[in-house]
Design a protein around this ligand. Sequence first.
Ligand code: PHE
Ligand code: ZN
Length: 847
Amino acid sequence: MATTQYLKDWQPYPFELLETRLEFDLSATATRVRSALRFRRRAPGPLILDGAGLRTLSIRIDGNDLDRSLISHADETLSIPEALIPEGEFTFFAEVEISPEENTALEGLYLSGGIFCTQCEAEGFRHITWYPDRPDVMAPFHVRIRSEKPVILSNGNPVTRQQGFAEWHDPWPKPSYLFALVAGDLVAITDHFTTRSGRGVELNVWVRPGDQDRAGFAMESLKNSMKWDEEVYGREYDLDVFNLVAVDDFNMGAMENKGLNIFNSKLVLASAETATDGDYERIEGVIGHEYFHNWTGNRITCRDWFQLCLKEGLTVFRDQQFTSDMRSAAVKRISDVQTLRARQFREDQGPLAHPPRPDHYQEINNFYTATVYEKGAEVIGMLKRLVGEDGYRKALDLYFDRHDGQACTIEDWLQVFEDATGRDLTQFSRWYTDAGTPRLTMTEAWQDGRLTLGFTQSTQPTPGQSEKPARVIPIAVGLIGPNGDEVQATTVLEMTEPAQEFTFDGLGARPVVSLLRGFSAPVTVEREISAREQALLLAHDTDAYARWQAGHDLALDALVALTEGRDAGPHLSQALGGLLEDAERDPAFASLCLALPGEEEIAGTIAARGGVPDPDAIHAARGQLIRDLATTHETRLAELFDSMQTDGPYRPDAAGAASRSLRLAALSYLSRLDDGARAQALSDSASNMTERLGALEQLVALGKDERALREFADEFGKNRLVMDKWFMVQPMRTAPTGAVQRANALAQRSDFDWKNPNRFRALIAGLGANHAAFHGKDGSGYDFLAKWLIRLDPVNPQTTARMCSAFETWRQYDADRQAHARAALERIASVPGLSRNTSEMVSRILG
Ligand code: PHE
Ligand code: ZN
């Protein structure tokens, strides 16, 4: 039944949907949904509605009953022939019954800890009732809900709120994927926001009773987001109420339903004792992200799901800008690049590679990927660099102006940039349609004060795409003189050919090229550069990203050398020494540089250079390098560990987070020398979760964790979100030889509530993130993952399918490991009744 959908087959819907009326009688096992959809014909053809797993009680058009034989359960459609449809306007009525309690897939209407809630993106609404469940069919919604639950919410503005009943009206036409309903025993923290043009908005963050004191940061973040979008994009909120609800069972991070955002509780609830600095930053970013969707996603939505990056790439780009403005722009850029490399480059170089705008899929839920989201954002960053601040602003104004209320395509998006700036974007559009990460090589020629840079670009074939024509690549460069002074400020070279030269004249002495400043394009770079030159850039580059990259490359080269049994050389240690000297000046930057490349990245680098990575050797080499560096720099690291204490009450701001991250970076080195003494002391005394968990990570890695883990569980046993951390740190940080055994033991615990996606991911993806354990020579890591994916699939296909990507690099390892991985993947593939989601993923990964 695996059918493939193609972009080229898209057809407009032959009916206009004028209004949607819904009535819910909520009950855990037998919820009744009555719908009235008022249509007007636009073009000839049958009326086709989507529906899945519905018990259909009645269907009719105007006064006429329709025969149930029009329903195809196999196709999940109801097809009403043209002959049964009146001319002009008519209303389709349905009454169906559904069972939220049995809905473990968390798609459609389900129960989370007694709270009724919905998740409709991408195709969840069809699990609620018969509907044209596609993003280009938009309508205003009237919703009436009967329920005994004290709080009853839906999209838009409230019409009636009383005990047992609520009525909501959303005047803004929207597609079904933005529908939401919540009913439960909830309490709100409430605040107000006045928009620039004077609209008063009631803001509510809804949580379970008892969680209110951990919802304040979410509210602050929401208000900051609303203000930022007015100031930076000129976008205002457009309803009288904004509701945000936290639920414990959620497949993803959060969802931008119009006026009623629903969040995974881990992205709402935070206090000093329970959330880390990283959690706070993510909460702020995701609250921003969902709020920004109100314009980029809701007011302007996608014509079809192939255009997903139209809303996601742009909204990620906007949330990244927001975080840069709220915190440190340099740190944000460097960590975004790190995630992009770790997740998107890996995707682009393996069997799951696809363009930001795919042109076919079997299951759209498998395309909420790093490529659609993060690369989608990078492509916008490049566009902005090419057209400049002004051009970007003009193009965005035109986009909102021209397309408000519409369902759009990537072509519409590029057209506004062409119209606003006069630039031809034909070649640029390949970034949207072509998969793969271009490899950029640079050579240098120096003569008589003239530096000639020769670039070539090439992209490896990806599944289904063998030809890769040249792309437009904005290459931001600067030049650093031998004494460390910048002799050429940042300039953007616009590469459009497969091979191209650029020259710089009138230079006194041969400079070092600071290449791809700000990570101006999502490409990999190859160049000849000595360790001495890298150290010069790390010390003197004026571009923070390029400085960090120089240090990172230096460390990567040292790690690859050590893994392959060669010497690491003195340069990394010397450079780090220099960096540690004035680490206090920029603790966040220093801690980013101290975090050596991870084992996964080292493996990927060895594979990209044509080698076969050995996970055990990588693990050993990395451990050895940390120990050596710790020994050399012990005094200074210990000084920093002591001086980076933050005094006074915990504040989750960028400055506090920076000190703590440098402190924990120092701890990760020192723990190799002090046998965990500092980590144990910190675990005993820490008053915030950042340091508590940071200390615990070290103790687990050293195998000295018994007391710390016990005390942690005693203290936080009742807090699900905190216990997720406890479940994750163990499989992820335990020494590779014991990790699978430990994961198996944890899986036996009665509080391993594996149907909860957060808990499942904590343990199962935790093991997947322990590189040497997951890729253990005996195949036990692969078997562990396969066993759990097979168990989860019938319960929750979406979460199962997404986690299959742990296997996406399997072909880069040796023959024994490949055989184990293949066997595990084939075991999953052969499960009878495997979901469409998981079978698509496994078959793509097997290739
Ligand atoms: N649209 C959501 C976001 O990016 C993600 C999401 C997709 C959530 C599908 C749930 C289901 O914010
Ligand atoms: Zn989004």
